[in-house]
Write a protein that binds this ligand. Structure first.
Ligand code: NAD
Length: 359
């Protein structure tokens, strides 16, 4: 039996508990099939934590996360807390947890499953073979730089500062190169080096780090061009690395190639192998409690956890294969059914995937 891995499980609000329950069953099954041992500890976060503990991110939740090797998160938020003051909003907890756990990068894979090509707004022949990963810097850049307003002779002026230092760029670049080494060994570094000083430092630094990874083919793409190329030749990308705001925009664009938000996984990583894994979607209050949520995004996030934090690539492959097999057999939850055939409930979809997991 392998060493026991500790996972903090934070189900959150809305459909969070529904989709996380399916992912936990998958973890258990993977343990049985591959001989891995997982220990889960549950904690409150988001709206439910506001209701029960008076804060979206209780200290005990952070303690549970810090004791663990990885965190599995559902989703937080909902109309009940929308009008709360900032410190009592579930989303404030999201920023807090990333900061407290030192998570400086966000990874979003965009994989187009052959049988779901029709769900995208792009032509199937353009999407063919698309399997890319956007690595976004998460704690620097314009979102975190100094912000202020001042009076000028032309009225009020607002300023947002974009800053990056070499250390911040180096660590995200290394992470992206490491990921590229485990994939098809191609990295596109996205910047705006023709205009921005931060981008020129970004590019110089990435070029220097690239010397440590002679096997990885590196290209530099300007952000505006990247936005176009993602729609024109998505399958030519393997790993894309970029700064915070560019990554925010490009990862949403890349996500839409796949057609459905219920399919999109993500990982947020810090130093070492520690990571927080969550679906890209939110708490979907409109369908919460009805058993309609697609659990695949959360199940695929669990596969990312197995691969990136625990190095259990074989088990991650088995989960991804199981998902593809179930989809290929024509099974769908309502979000990806496109009006065709019966649609499955959250637990029915979870069950089918569970049964398809094998060595
Ligand atoms: P959302 O992702 O929750 O929902 C958008 C649409 O997609 C809805 O119609 C929903 O039913 C559908 N959808 C989402 N996930 C689905 C799934 N797994 N299966 C089937 N359909 C799915 O985004 P929203 O409506 O903008 O936000 C709802 C709440 O979630 C808000 O309070 C928001 O702040 C929060 N939110 C949280 C996170 C997070 O926890 N990381 C992320 C985004 C939004």
């Amino acid at each position: 039996m392998a060493e026991t891995k500790k996972i903090a499980v934070i189900a959150g609000d809305g459909i969070g508990p529904e989709v996380v329950a399916e992912a936990e069953k998958v973890l258990q099954k993977v343990g049985e099939v591959f001989g891995y041992s997982f220990e889960t500890e549950h904690a409150l976060f988001g709206g439910i934590a506001i209701d029960e503990k008076g804060t979206p991110l209780p200290q005990e939740t952070l303690d549970v996360c810090k004791r663990a090797d990885a965190v599995l998160l559902g989703a937080v938020g909902g109309p009940k807390w929308d009008n709360n003051p900032k410190e009592l909003r579930p989303e404030t907890g999201l920023l807090g947890i990333r900061k407290e756990l030192g998570l400086f990068s966000n990874l979003r894979p965009a994989v187009v499953f052959d049988c779901l090509k029709d769900a995208s707004t792009l032509k199937p022949e353009v999407l063919e073979g698309t399997d890319l990963m956007v690595v976004r810097e998460l704690t620097g850049g314009i979102y975190f730089g100094e912000k202020f307003r001042r009076e000028t002779e032309h009225g009020q002026e607002a300023v947002d500062t974009c800053a990056y230092n070499v250390t911040e760029v180096e660590r995200i670049a290394r992470q992206a190169f490491d990921i590229a080494m485990k994939r098809r060994k191609k990295l596109a570094s996205v910047d705006k080096a023709n205009v921005l000083e931060t981008s020129r430092l970004w590019r110089e630094t990435v070029i220097r780090v690239a010397e440590e990874y002679p096997e990885v083919e590196l290209e530099h793409v300007l952000v505006d061009n990247c936005a176009m190329q993602l729609l024109r030749r998505p399958s030519s990308f393997d790993v894309i690395v970029t700064e915070n705001m560019f990554g925010d925009i490009l990862s949403d664009e890349a996500a839409m190639l796949t057609g459905s938000i219920g399919m999109l996984a993500s990982a947020s990583l810090g130093e070492g192998s520690y990571g927080l894994y969550e679906p890209v979607h939110g708490s979907a209050p409109d369908i919460a409690g009805q058993g309609l949520a697609n659990p695949i995004a959360t199940i695929l996030s669990t596969a990312l956890m197995l691969r990136l934090t625990f190095g259990y690539g074989e088990a991650a492959d088995a989960i991804e294969r199981a998902v593809a097999e179930v989809l290929d057999a024509g099974h769908r939850t309502s979000d990806i059914a496109a009006g065709r055939g019966d649609s499955l409930s959250t637990t029915q979809m979870g069950e089918l995937i569970l049964n398809a997991i094998r060595k």
